[in-house]
Design a protein around this ligand. Structure first.
Ligand SMILES: [Zn+2]
Length: 188
């Protein structure tokens, strides 16, 4: 399975981890910016299942989104590497987590429903809160970086043994197997 470099990736297992994947191929310099324009951020919110409708967006919200994303990435990757906590990144995430997420309510027949159309800011608050919950909770030590050197996406390892090596077996796992197979074939 091949991926368009600009296509969104949802292999993180949590919305806050998936959000860090909107900056792809970080091992390259530069990587791939998957939300270069406000409309792309609105598209990501829908693809991530956070809303059904296109949120009204602005350039300043996009800048904030990029800042939040990089802060989440620094904290998550720092966690993977066992690095000290980046205080500035903590401040950025906390600033977004302090904002109000979209309002929810129960309908007359007892179903959960969003109250009104969410704003981009409220959805970013939701993403930031998920990041706080993840980084500060018991699953943080299950954060991993994909073992493929041409991927390096972050994901949450939910396998029982905690020994998953790739963001997605069908993509990076099989590519790795193929590379090793070719190497062996060439050596012979
Ligand atoms: Zn991968």
């Amino acid at each position: 399975m091949l991926h368009d470099a600009a296509a969104f990736r949802f292999v993180g297992g949590r919305v806050s981890v998936d959000f860090t994947a909107t900056h792809g191929l970080r091992w390259r310099d530069p990587g791939v910016e998957r939300i270069p324009a406000p409309a792309d951020l609105a598209r990501w919110f829908i693809a991530a299942g956070l809303t059904d409708s296109t949120v009204p967006d602005s350039a300043s919200t996009l800048r904030g989104a990029h800042e939040l994303r990089e802060a989440l990435y620094r904290l998550m990757r720092g966690r993977v590497l066992g690095a000290p906590v980046d205080r500035r990144a903590v401040e950025v995430v906390n600033r977004w987590a302090a904002k109000a997420p979209p309002a929810v309510q129960l309908t007359a027949d007892g179903k959960a429903k969003r109250h009104g159309a969410p704003t981009a800011g409220s959805l970013l608050a939701l993403v930031a809160r998920d990041g706080v919950d993840l980084l500060g909770g018991p699953h943080a030590d299950r954060l991993r970086e994909c073992a493929s050197h041409t991927c390096t996406l972050l994901y949450l390892d939910t396998s029982r043994a905690g020994s998953r090596r790739w963001c997605a077996m069908q993509v990076c796992g099989s590519r790795d197997k193929m590379t090793r197979y070719r190497r062996r074939a060439t050596a012979r």
